[in-house]
Design a binder for this molecule. Structure first.
Ligand SMILES: CNc1ncnc2c1ncn2[C@@H]1O[C@H](COP(=O)(O)O)[C@@H](O)[C@H]1O
Ligand SMILES: [Zn+2]
Length: 346
């Protein structure tokens, strides 16, 4: 395993960073999760599940079940969205594209519309208290869960379109990679794209999904997440397509250890070495016990990256983002990255 030096950790913390792949509930502040779990009266087994870092795909989904059981109601969603942004700011993240699956919390009177409103309200709460010179800009991606039938996926696309002017920039497909079929989401995803939303797909998270991955590449999404399992044929068409990949080192090493037993074996080296666009991301800070600066420090150590390499990856990540390149926010973030600004973090 890789242990970054203190200097590498410090560099990774100080450099401004771009996070493109983070799930809201998976990024919940751990102290908040503990507090909510206690209030929800979780049993001993459930409390045990959220104590350590998830090690396998099934352990990871068990953690999500517990988190979803503990995180209830619009006020809580609003709080965790604000806290995720506060934590990102404290970690030196200057742009965060957060994603979440809109869920009704019926017993609290919260529907999917209220869920999205609550997340966006959390963004606003953060903006009101953000430190001007370090502010983390944020946009939202709505996730379709692979367990969702086509009607739910269509409703998620409708929601994204409804909130497009208020910070929703795209659609993600995620959830248990062993569930569902690509054909189910093809219609809603095509409509989303035709309506101007950006699309990112979780892909290649488990073995034996080459045919699904092939169809996903043929769909030409704006980005992919993970691609831990990729046949050589799919790899060639991915490289020819130029579609960028969101890479989450710790998440992949923990949940795809059969193909990625160590950080050094991670496919970051393969794609980055070839000049294919990649972004370093966390996936689920709370579930995997990491942070973006920690992921960057690991990348520096495992792949012998220089400060300039990391700066270049970050600038490229901004161009991979779903943020409108003609927007004022994009220009401000780019200026901060180009200044090579180093942040004075505690
Ligand atoms: C290897 N990593 C992963 N693979 C696939 N799906 C993942 C994931 N990590 C998170 N999610 C998806 O995001 C939800 C939690 O955040 P939200 O409740 O939507 O905010 C999980 O339930 C799962 O559907
Ligand atoms: Zn993910």
């Amino acid at each position: 395993m890789v242990t970054p030096t203190a200097a590498q950790v410090s560099l990774a913390r100080r450099l401004p960073k771009i996070e493109l792949h983070a799930h809201l509930n998976g990024s919940i502040r751990r102290s908040t999760l503990k507090e909510l779990a206690l209030a929800a009266g979780l049993n001993a087994r459930e409390s045990q599940i959220i104590r350590g870092d998830a090690r396998t795909v099934s352990e990871m989904f068990a953690v999500f079940d517990v988190i979803h059981h503990a995180v209830r109601g619009g006020k809580t969603i609003r709080r965790i969205a604000r806290e995720v942004l506060e934590d990102a700011e404290a970690d030196g993240v200057v742009y965060l594209e957060l994603r979440t699956t809109p869920r009704a919390h019926t017993e609290c009177g919260l529907d999917q519309v209220g869920y999205v409103e609550s997340v966006l309200q959390g963004f606003k709460d953060y903006e009101e208290t953000a430190q001007r010179d370090r502010r983390c800009f944020a946009r939202l991606i709505l996730s379709i869960d692979r367990r969702d039938p086509a009607e739910v996926a269509e409703a998620t696309v409708d929601l994204a379109l409804r909130y497009r002017d208020r910070g929703v920039v795209g659609i993600d497909l995620s959830g248990d990679p062993t569930k569902g079929r690509w054909e189910t989401w093809l219609g809603p995803l095509t409509r989303a794209r035709e309506s101007g939303l950006k699309i990112t797909l979780h892909a290649g998270e488990v073995p034996d999904v080459d045919e699904e991955t092939r169809r996903m590449i043929a769909f030409k999404p704006d980005r992919f997440g993970h691609l831990c399992f990729l046949s050589s044929e799919n790899q060639s068409s991915l490289w020819a397509s130029g579609i960028p990949i969101e890479l989450c080192l710790t998440s992949n090493v923990l949940t795809c250890s059969s193909t990625i037993p160590t950080y050094a074996a991670h496919h970051f080296a393969l794609h980055h070495g070839r000049g294919h666009p990649v972004a370093l991301c966390t996936d689920d800070c709370a579930v995997f016990g990491s942070s973006l600066s920690n992921e960057c420090a690991i990348a520096i150590a495992a792949f012998s990256l220089s400060a300039d390499d990391l700066r270049a990856i970050t600038r490229r990540s901004l161009h991979m983002s779903f943020l409108d390149p003609s927007s004022h926010d994009f220009a401000q973030i780019l200026t901060r990255l180009e200044a090579g600004e180093e942040m004075d973090l505690q």
